[in-house]
Design a protein. Structure first.
Length: 42
């Protein structure tokens, strides 16, 4: 369960740090994309 919590905290920090929509899209792909961290847990 700590993996999920760690990913959540890091993802939220990345979203907050995103300066524009392009950066936010990069965060989305890195976390939720086909080879993203969340997909890696499944």
């Amino acid at each position: 369960m700590s993996d999920i919590t760690t990913i959540e905290k890091e993802a939220l920090a990345s979203v907050e740090a995103a300066a524009d929509l392009a950066a936010l899209e990069q965060v989305r792909v890195a976390e939720l994309g086909k080879k993203g961290r969340v997909s890696g847990l499944m």
